[in-house]
Design a protein around this ligand. Structure first.
Ligand SMILES: C[S@@+](CC[C@H](N)C(=O)[O-])C[C@H]1O[C@@H](n2cnc3c(N)ncnc32)[C@H](O)[C@@H]1O
Length: 674
């Protein structure tokens, strides 16, 4: 837009645009009027402004140590605005909401005077020239005159921004002002699914004045993403969730604000004059809502999750019915942590005929299990799933019966489930003997015996004497000091004949002092790994202690069978089989000596099909692709479409692994039959 069009207007800004704003004569612009708006001065379906004191009270009373709050379905941003004393992360998949966050919560400095002047000038202009808005929307949601003004103002904001006359924050503030002004006069009942026919346009466009803080926390982060993608990349103390709960799509209700905010001038269709909204539709408004919610919760990294979800199901009209059942909400949240539900009578904004009163607004507060509450195996078993647990566990159902950890390895998975019993099976007789010993021997005796062996062979005890005592630093490890002592212990161990408690306790000491704490025997049954860097330090003691406590309490059984011989005939619908077999296409010590091969891979899938036919739920861990290789047997088994494939990220908490994983094209998956 050039100056030619600007001639239509009375007072113009262009006479003094070259002047620094601070130098402008105050008489040119008026003082702030009653026209100042606040974040909540707009109509928005499901907005929680009135609920913010309640939300804040719940957080203050129940969630200590909250410094970072994420509002990932933020809508108007009203809830985030109740946490401005903290660092906030604010997101919505609609750009028309995101632009408002830049205005209200952005930390870029803006010139208040400049904004006031533009708003005043925009409010004084008139134009009779047509533009995108008047051509497409004249006398629908707005009068033709107001459409012309909206189109002109929006174009003008963009032009000023492109010419560097306003910065990104000022652009956002002006667009937000325009959106709020449009909302005030729109010929609708609050959203743009339809416009009211035959109604006189009695109000005309007035842009309100936004005066957002100019000292917002520079650590605030504002996003325009799908919430399910975003949570994989952020971490917060509290994540507040207010997803759409019924089939009403926000991109349908607010298509016109979205159109003006984006200003890409797309074609519009139908009576309601909607643009193409592909890509803006929310899964939370569809039958995929529960699966989307499950995925969202699984990927959240926070101390607390606070969910707003209405209880409209079974009431009102079909469109108002909640998409996720209370049972599913509770099931999913309880896998993440301990859940408490708060409720408050709250009258919703109801736009249609279904005017439901006295429904309760509920807040589900989930205090997430801490990662460190997970029990970690004292064996560093190759392929151990400890790091993947936060992603795997949320996909498990509530298991009322037995959890069978069929290839238990380090036991990391089975030991962290809440089933009524756990059967740890592994065909490796060494680890089986080790676990049975841990379970049988008194814990104090176990530690005493371990320390006795360490002392006898004069192996390092960094827990007592530190690293310097052994002339080595922590980074280089204790290998130099321990090498000859370890080899002597290993020789003696390899001579031991009986497979008694002493044998397995000695084996554990060897594992602790061996390379990477791993276990490897050659075909003659001789332990053959070299010395490692570490010893029986405090961390390892702690791991063993917690592990032993857990397997001693409750119904825990260790079996040592080839999976093909594992008896599933007694399993039923309350039981669960988790299979974490050796991966055919990745190399691990247990694959050596032909420990795993294509025949076994196929037999495993037959075994799981049988588990499935018995109505027993199962989950299988595996990789589909790794370093250019594909597990074709797995792919073909999955191609029947009988089972669900959940893609996991190898380790979202460790970016270097993540990167390595991406580069190698490795894809960890969980395959489930439920
Ligand atoms: C109930 S409203 C939130 C209201 C908000 N708490 C407030 O007070 O204004 C739900 C919001 O979720 C957004 N939304 C829907 N699906 C989304 C998704 N997959 N990712 C991010 N935002 C989404 C919608 O655009 C809408 O603004």
């Amino acid at each position: 837009m050039g100056r030619t069009q600007e001639r239509h207007f009375g007072p113009t800004l262009f006479d003094f645009l070259d002047e620094p704003w601070s130098a402008m004569d105050e008489s040119v612009v008026s003082v702030r009027s009653a026209n100042v708006v606040h974040i909540n001065n707009r109509r928005y379906l499901g907005n929680k402004f009135r609920l913010t004191p309640f939300i804040r009270e719940i957080v203050d009373q129940n969630c200590p140590d909250v410094n970072v709050v994420a509002d990932v379905f933020a809508g108007t941003g009203a809830v985030a605005s109740a946490f401005l004393d903290k660092q906030i992360i604010v997101n919505d998949n609609l750009y028309s909401n995101y632009i408002c966050y830049l205005a209200w919560f952005g930390s870029e400095k803006y010139c208040e005077q400049k904004i006031e002047d533009y708003v005043e000038w925009y409010n004084s202009i008139e134009t009779d020239e047509d533009n995108y808005m008047s051509i497409n929307f004249a006398d629908t949601y707005f009068s033709v005159e107001d459409c012309r003004r909206i189109g002109f103002i929006r174009e003008h904001i963009e032009e000023k921004y492109e010419n560097n006359e306003i910065n990104a924050r000022e652009r956002a503030i002006l667009i937000t002002s325009l959106l709020y002004g449009m909302d005030k006069i729109a010929n609708t009942c609050g959203h743009y699914d339809a416009w009211r026919q035959g109604v006189a346009f009695d109000k005309s466009l007035t842009l309100p004045l936004l005066v957002p803080a100019n000292d917002n926390n520079p650590a605030n982060r504002l996003f325009n993403e799908d919430a399910n993608d975003l949570v994989k990349h952020i971490e917060a103390d509290l994540v507040y969730l207010d997803p759409p709960y019924n089939s009403r799509q926000y991109c349908d209700s607010y298509h016109l604000l979205e159109n003006v905010a984006r200003w890409e001038k797309p074609d519009v269709f139908g009576v309601a004059k909607k643009m193409d909204r592909t890509g803006l539709k929310s899964k939370y408004c569809t039958t995929e809502a529960t699966a989307a919610f499950e995925d969202l919760i699984a990927n959240i990294r926070a101390k607390y999750v606070l969910l707003s979800y209405n209880n409209m199901s079974e009431k009102g009209d079909g469109r108002s019915n909640a998409k996720i059942s209370d049972d599913d909400i509770l099931r999913i949240l309880r896998q993440k942590g301990d859940v408490v539900v708060f409720s408050k009578a709250y009258r919703p904004f109801s736009a249609g005929k279904s005017n439901i009163e006295n429904n309760e607004e509920r807040l589900f507060l989930c205090k997430c299990f801490e990662k460190k509450q997970l029990i970690q195996s004292p064996l560093n078993y190759t392929g151990g799933k400890y790091r993947l647990l936060p992603q795997i566990l949320p996909h498990f159902p509530i298991i009322k019966g037995a959890f069978v950890d069929l290839f238990c390895g380090g036991c990391n998975v089975g030991i962290n489930t809440n089933s009524s019993s756990v059967i740890f099976n592994d065909s490796n007789r060494y680890i089986h003997g080790l676990y049975e010993t841990f379970q049988r021997v008194d814990k104090k005796e176990l530690f005493k015996n371990i320390d006795r062996i360490i002392a006898k062979y004069n192996l390092s005890q960094s827990n007592l004497y530190g690293y310097e005592y052994y002339n080595c630093e922590s980074s280089k490890g204790l290998g130099d000091y321990n090498k000859d002592k370890f080899l002597k212990l290993r020789d003696d161990f390899n001579q031991m004949k009986s497979r008694d408690e002493a044998y397995y306790i000695t084996l554990f000491v060897i594992i602790v002092y061996s390379f990477n704490n791993q276990i490897r025997f050659n075909s003659d049954g001789k332990f053959n790994l070299p010395v490692g860097k570490r010893d029986f330090n405090d961390k390892m003691r702690e791991k063993l202690s917690t592990f032993v406590d857990r397997i001693k309490k409750g119904n825990v059984l260790f079996t040592c069978k080839d999976f093909r011989d594992f008896d599933i005939s007694t399993l039923g619908k309350d039981d669960f089989v988790y299979a974490d077999p050796p991966y055919l296409i990745t190399c691990a010590t247990y694959n050596e000596q032909d420990g795993w091969n294509e025949r076994l891979e196929k037999e495993l899938y037959q075994f799981l099909d049988k588990v499935d036919s018995q109505n027993v739920r199962f989950a299988l861990s595996n990789v589909l692709h790794s370093e250019g290789k594909t597990n074709a047997i797995l792919e073909s088994w999955l191609s029947q479409g009988k089972y669900k494939v959940i893609r996991l990220e190898y380790d979202y908490s460790n970016s270097s692994y993540h990167k390595k994983d991406k580069e190698s094209g490795s894809q960890e998956v969980l395959i489930v039959n439920y």
